[in-house]
Design a protein around this ligand. Sequence first.
Ligand code: NAD
Ligand code: DAU
Length: 338
Amino acid sequence: YSFGVRILVTGGAGFIGSNFVHLTAATRPEAEIVVLDAFTYAGEPASLAGLGPQVKIVRGDITDAPLVDRLIGASDVVVHFAAETHNDNSLAEPAPFVQTNLVGTYTLLEAVRRHDVRYHHVSTDEVYGDLDLEDPARFTEATPYNPSSPYSATKAGSDLLVRAWVRSFGVRATISNCSNNYGPRQHVEKFIPRQITNILDGGRPKLYGDGLNVRDWIHVDDHNAGVWAIIDRGGIGQTYLIGADGEQSNKAVVEQLLCAMGRDSGDYDHVTDRAGHDRRYAIDSTKLRTELGWAPRYGDFAAGLHATIEWYRANEEWWRPQKAAAEAKYADQAIIGG
Ligand code: NAD
Ligand code: DAU
């Protein structure tokens, strides 16, 4: 470590944050981990089960300035995962995205500034907008910001706050922008878990629009290894893109899931498209690979998908309580069709 061992993880009860906590607890026994999480609909206490006294859990909001100040004053590094994260929700109700993603990040930045604490900001490739299917280009650290949805606009705004706090106030921060994650403990509102659990329930996957939209998939553990490489070795003020060359169309993913789960590959529904739906994301992660020596370990998407299917098969008690509410929200938003 270039800093002490007290790590504050915001959003540690969410998908990527909880995998980060498990990975860190398993690989860094000396780390003292504090999770700050509001336990919104997306925060799962069960995702933090089985962790020992190395991990402390604080239920609280990142916009609560006195609480944030106290926790950051007792930390050596902050890893900021907490966010409202689902594009469809941001189209239905943008307000919590502005509050958590912008005001929440601002609240953390003011506290790390006061206490001069190292800060890592977890962000998304969606800040760059989208690419055409035929375009050979991929996103790099130099791609101009061009977000499409309330979600991606608030993430873009939060990134820009970090950059300003680095330049104007000398805050010691790094930023990562990662592509679409998959793996265990992802909320069933998201594309891959939604389709796996639909199939496990004997239902049909729901494909938005023509299904040819492309996402660049990365296993959550590869993302989190990248985050650690940046915390350990990244340059202050630097941005790093994290991606594993995992481009797949949504249609291809659904067909792979159906085949892997013993169903006919055409056994899905096309439903109404998402408003403003980004066409394609693709990451060029050369900087992270060459400067910090990171490389993905989950090279085989099909194998990663199989392991993820098996996780949802074996952990129904984890996802079952989410399922009806998530589908009811889609029915309300009237974008799921059938
Ligand atoms: P998630 O929705 O699964 O979890 C978010 C967590 O943040 C939940 O535990 C929730 O309770 C907590 N939270 C929300 N609002 C809060 C608040 N105001 N105060 C405290 N805690 C709050 O999210 P995820 O998919 O794990 O994403 C984590 C981070 O990674 C986000 O910043 C997201 O933008 C970024 N990211 C996600 C992906 C992806 O594919 N999922 C890709 C790139 C970047
Ligand atoms: O690129 C990183 C981003 O990936 C993260 O910043 C976001 O937090 C994360 O939610 C994810 O955003 P997407 O919008 O790409 O993910 P989502 O799982 O919602 O959808 C993936 C693709 O699948 C997208 O093209 C929409 C489509 N889709 C989604 C659902 C839920 C469907 O076709 N059917 C569905 O039922």
